[in-house]
Ligand binder design. Structure first.
Ligand SMILES: [Zn+2]
Ligand SMILES: [Zn+2]
Length: 119
């Protein structure tokens, strides 16, 4: 038998030192993990408070942070970024702590016993 290690990818977002507000997503492929990462990032972007993001104002810090998240999403999406080795980014939302967005490759096994793939 060849090596039959099956990997899964966990995707989550949390303030460093705190538990994630949303459940961690357990994905069966790196592509699926990238989609879940984008979904989380867009959730962060859309929950971001600040000014009217329909009208980005030059020189506004809040607009700049919003744009940074939007640009990060665009670059991940357009490049079809490979997250098979994992991914980590700190997203500044203008509070004292950033939000840590991450993807972690985890070999299939007992650690996934409580996971709900595709949920
Ligand atoms: Zn603004
Ligand atoms: Zn899992």
């Amino acid at each position: 038998m060849t090596d039959t290690t099956v990997n899964r990818w966990h995707v989550g977002a949390n303030v460093p030192g705190y538990s994630p507000e949303q459940d961690i997503t357990c994905c069966e492929s790196a592509d699926e993990a990238r989609d879940a990462l984008l979904e989380e990032l867009r959730r962060t972007r859309d929950a971001f408070d600040g000014c009217d993001h329909e009208n980005i104002t030059d020189g506004c810090e809040s607009c700049a942070r919003y744009q940074a998240i939007r640009d990060l999403c665009t670059s991940i999406d357009d490049s079809e970024m490979d997250v098979s080795e994992g991914y980590s980014a700190m997203v500044d939302i203008g509070r004292s702590l950033p939000i840590h967005h991450w993807v972690e490759r985890t070999p299939d096994g007992p650690v996934h016993a409580e996971c709900n793939p595709d949920s």
